[in-house]
Design a protein. Structure first.
Length: 300
């Protein structure tokens, strides 16, 4: 029964990892950019949500109406102001740019909010700790269920958006071949800006869930980035449903690891990630470049 409980709790935890990894995977699939500021931007969203609820006294149900558009606007500006310019200088420059951006964000958050940890769990009342008993001494948290459902709806909504809307088809065309897309009238610059705005909107959702499910501080971004990167790589970077699978695999590994040893939570997750990474390196042949090409899965 302990193993069954670990599988259930790991699956629920994987819902959060899928949400935090969604934007990272989406940007990589569309623009081939690994955004190292991804975790720090999620923390920005968490602080915006906290400020809206605590300082502006907004309801936690209404705060997303402010935070999500704000993060989407930040994404649009990020693409036009940093990512687009740095991408012209080569594939390494965007990675260095976002790494520098992450450092700037962390220090600005520290300067403005201080080093104190914060949490909005009290703002959502009993939802933060209530659970349902399903028998055999197994309980599932209501908030964890909500996050998993949100992950499925978010990924499913993005899939429908990419498949059945004009801008979605333009995003897929740009991801496949931006030069050819330009020849048929697609403005790849505008499409990339919209795609980054969408990615940051998903980051806003991840940041809001981060603020209510755990404590966070200005320097919590790197750990969120690691979880997002591992989930994206396990599921296949650029694959939306693969991101959900990757998050669940990571969550289950961490939960089972915690059952084996108190320090096994992170160790088990990292170990599964490394095993899958090396298996893919082996199966896709020698050379890191071959592996990277194999990881680039276009959103379908």
């Amino acid at each position: 029964m302990t193993l069954i409980n670990a599988l259930i709790q790991g699956t629920l935890l994987g819902g959060y990892y899928a949400i935090i990894a969604c934007g990272l995977s989406f940007m990589f699939g569309v623009m081939r950019i690994i955004n190292l500021a991804h975790g720090s931007l999620a923390v920005v969203a968490a602080f915006l949500f906290w400020a809206a609820v605590e300082r502006m006294e907004m309801s936690p149900l209404l705060a997303p109406l402010l935070v999500v558009p704000a993060m989407a606007a930040i994404g649009w500006l990020l693409q036009r102001g940093i990512l687009e310019r740095s991408a012209r200088a080569g594939t390494l420059v965007p990675i260095l740019s976002t790494f520098g951006l992450a450092i700037v964000i962390e220090n600005l958050l520290f300067q403005y909010f201080g080093a104190d940890t914060r949490s909005l769990a009290p703002a959502i009342g009993d939802l933060s700790f209530e659970s349902w008993g399903i028998g055999g001494g197994i309980y599932i948290g209501k908030l964890a269920i909500l996050i998993l459902v949100a992950a499925i709806l978010l990924l499913g909504g993005l899939q429908v958006f990419l498949t059945h809307t004009q801008i979605g088809r333009e995003i897929r065309a740009t991801a496949e071949d931006p030069d050819t897309a330009e020849l048929v009238g697609v403005n790849s610059r505008a499409v990339n800006a919209v795609a980054t705005a969408i990615a940051m909107a998903t980051v806003a959702i991840a940041g809001m869930f981060l603020s209510v499910r755990a404590a966070f501080d200005p320097y919590a971004g790197p750990m969120q980035l690691i979880f997002a990167f591992e989930a994206a790589v396990i599921g296949g970077a650029g694959s939306l449903w693969g991101t959900l699978i990757g998050g669940i695999v990571l969550g289950i590994a961490q939960t089972i690891g915690a059952q084996i040893h108190p320090l096994g939570f992170l160790i088990a997750g990292h170990s599964v990630f490394l095993v899958i990474l090396f298996v893919r390196l082996y199966l896709t042949g020698p050379g890191l470049a071959t592996f990277v090409r194999a990881m680039i899965r276009r959103p379908a």
